[in-house]
Design a binder for this molecule. Structure first.
Ligand SMILES: C[S@@+](CC[C@H](N)C(=O)[O-])C[C@H]1O[C@@H](n2cnc3c(N)ncnc32)[C@H](O)[C@@H]1O
Length: 257
């Protein structure tokens, strides 16, 4: 005899604006028997608060259906970065399994579990990779969400790509290490802990930079990189000090010669 089946809905919730939530996301949240709620992770009280607000708006009994998971942290003793991330994902999958064990034991047939994912689960997010570690393998459903890239381009009302042209999406770490990617004129940079753009030729690029996209404190700065780099650095430092955290994203476009 096989046990109950786990149905996992990974629900993109957009990047901080409750209006980003799609009707599909609302339906999937309502349909869930339980919701897995990470207690740490991004480590930002405000973001946890936003998730909680979305849940309580949609589920009157959110407190009954929520299962809190204390997320493990990466093990600094593992020197190799990919190995450290692998071990961390294993540990998170284990934490999910433990948080769901009682519900699974009680469930008849199928347990529907929802997980709210920042932005969209396909973009710089490991929820799908972690879900794939669960055994027995769950049925996985993805409800798409608005990404930080869409938040950025809509905030400035700009297209992502030039006509018929490709775009690269990369991280601050790679931009710093490898420079502006070859073969493209447009690059979106995420997960930048510092100011990776500072290493670029500041006359060669325009930048569209935004922080807290979609949230009440959204900040936007746009211009030739050389003209606005200092303002971005100052705005970033001030905002980080005020909030205790920052999430920012930018688009760089090569200026015509
Ligand atoms: C771990 S990734 C998650 C991306 C997310 N899955 C998405 O679809 O946008 C986190 C990065 O996304 C960007 N980001 C997410 N939300 C943002 C927001 N509200 N404002 C600015 N950048 C944001 C930042 O570059 C941040 O470092």
């Amino acid at each position: 005899m096989s046990g109950p089946r786990l149905h996992l809905s990974l629900i993109g919730i957009g990047t901080g604006n409750p209006d980003h939530l799609t009707r599909g996301a609302e339906k999937a949240i309502r349909a869930a028997d339980v919701v897995l709620v990470p207690r740490k992770g991004a480590g930002k009280e405000d973001l946890a608060g936003l998730r909680a607000a979305i849940l309580s708006d949609i589920l009157p009994d959110a407190s009954v259906r929520s299962r809190f998971v204390d997320l493990p942290v990466r093990d600094p003793a593992i020197a190799d970065y990919p190995a450290r991330v692998e071990a961390w994902h294993d540990a998170i999958a284990q934490a999910w399994a433990e948080a769901l064990a009682e519900d699974l034991a009680r469930a008849r047939g199928r347990l529907r579990v929802a997980l709210l994912v920042w932005g969209d689960p396909s973009l710089y997010d490991s929820t799908l990779r972690i879900a794939a570690r669960l055994r027995p393998a769950p049925d996985i459903e993805v409800i798409p969400g608005i990404t930080a890239i869409q938040g950025l381009t809509s905030a400035f009302a700009i297209p992502l790509n030039a006509v018929g042209a490709p775009v690269t999406i990369t991280t601050g770490r790679r931009l710093r290490a490898e420079g502006f990617p070859t073969g493209v004129d447009t690059c979106v940079v995420m997960l930048d802990e510092g100011q990776a753009y500072a290493g670029l030729d500041s006359d060669a690029f325009d930048i569209w930079w935004a922080a807290y996209v979609g949230m009440p404190d959204e900040i936007r700065i746009h211009g030739r990189l050389g003209a606005v780099a200092d303002s971005i650095a100052a705005a970033r430092a001030e905002a980080r000090a005020r909030h205790g955290w920052i999430m920012d994203i930018y688009l760089l476009r090569r200026r015509p010669a």
